[in-house]
Design a protein around this ligand. Structure first.
Ligand code: NAI
Length: 286
């Protein structure tokens, strides 16, 4: 039987989630995605109209199939947590079962189980502010959307994950080194995500033989990264200073995710794996 993957955080064909979906699909996995509720309509319309057909192309010439797109807002665990203004917001009101609990129940009903869980989402409303100017709410929102969202997804998916499964998230070097401009508590959120990768690897490994790893990715011009505002500078910095002087392709991250999710990586868990042209290894600029 082929494996089934749920990838949370795909809303266009520019981000890491899309590239990971493609690499998993090329390796034979069935693909389910979770798309942020406010981005869902435009994503599904674009898919249906063939806007992504060119980038759905796999190495063997076939097109990636997405079995189902689920609406998801990973900052809410269940309907009781959702404030009234979000419930009645017209972008949310037309959809159902989009809390973490709701999505997992829907996936269980539709497919029974999954083997691979990918977390490729982050949000920090005050990301453009230095941490000293970040509000408590902004900081907590960054942690909620970017770190706890993974804990919650894993917690809810574990009961329907097959033993031997694998989970992967995306992190950034700002968790461990100073990256000016990556503010709003996003650096803190990535540090939490990396620490949780280790603790969750222990807990999920002991209870269900599930592996937990995170990919520390280099800069990519995704929608989320463009919103931060310094992505072109980070890409230039990397090509000037990294050991490998090429622009990082999202497929390079996708391929490592497919490796980490496969039996080839059966002894790797609790790891931060760098896919960044080696930039993390530099101690000084060139
Ligand atoms: P992206 O824009 O393709 O992906 C972020 C996704 O998160 C979007 O689809 C957005 O709709 C979704 N999202 C935001 N809030 C959500 C919520 N509450 N519930 C559900 N979905 C939500 O951008 P990218 O850059 O590919 O981001 C994917 C991951 O890669 C993130 O964790 C990011 O921090 C990480 N990363 C990105 C780097 C870059 O340079 N682009 C570098 C290192 C890590």
């Amino acid at each position: 039987r082929g494996k089934r993957a749920f990838i949370a955080g795909v809303a266009d064909d520019n981000g890491y989630g899309w590239a990971i979906a493609k690499a998993l699909s090329a390796a034979g996995a069935e693909i389910l995605v979770g798309t942020w509720v406010p981005a869902l309509n435009i994503f599904e319309t674009s898919l249906r109209r063939g806007k992504f057909d060119e980038s759905r192309m796999l190495p063997d010439g076939s097109l990636m199939e997405i079995s189902k797109v689920y609406p998801l807002d990973a900052v809410y665990d269940s309907m009781e947590d959702v404030p009234e203004d979000v419930k009645t917001n017209k972008r949310y009101a037309g959809h159902s079962n989009w809390t973490v609990k709701g999505v997992v129940e829907s996936v269980k009903q539709d497919f029974g189980t999954i083997d691979i869980l990918v977390h490729s989402l982050a949000n920090g409303p005050e990301v453009s502010k230095p941490i000293l100017e970040t509000s408590r709410n902004g900081y907590l929102a960054a942690i909620s959307a970017s770190s706890y969202s993974f804990v919650s997804l894993l917690k809810h998916f574990i009961p329907i994950m097959n033993p031997g499964g694998a989970t992967i998230s995306l992190t950034y070097i700002a968790a461990e080194k100073i990256i000016p401009g990556y503010g709003g508590g996003m650096s803190s959120a990535k540090a939490a995500l990396e620490s949780d990768t280790r603790v969750l690897a222990f807990e999920a490994g002991r209870t269900k033989n599930i592996r937990v790893n995170t990919i520390s990715a280099g800069p990519l011009r995704s929608r989320a990264a463009k919103a931060i505002g310094f992505i072109d500078m980070m890409i230039d910095y990397s090509s000037e200073n990294a050991p490998l002087q090429k622009e990082l392709a999202s497929d390079e991250v996708g391929n490592v995710a497919a490796f980490l999710a496969s039996p080839l990586a059966s002894a790797i868990t609790g790891s931060v794996v760098y896919v960044d042209n080696g930039l993390n290894a530099m101690g000084a600029g060139v």
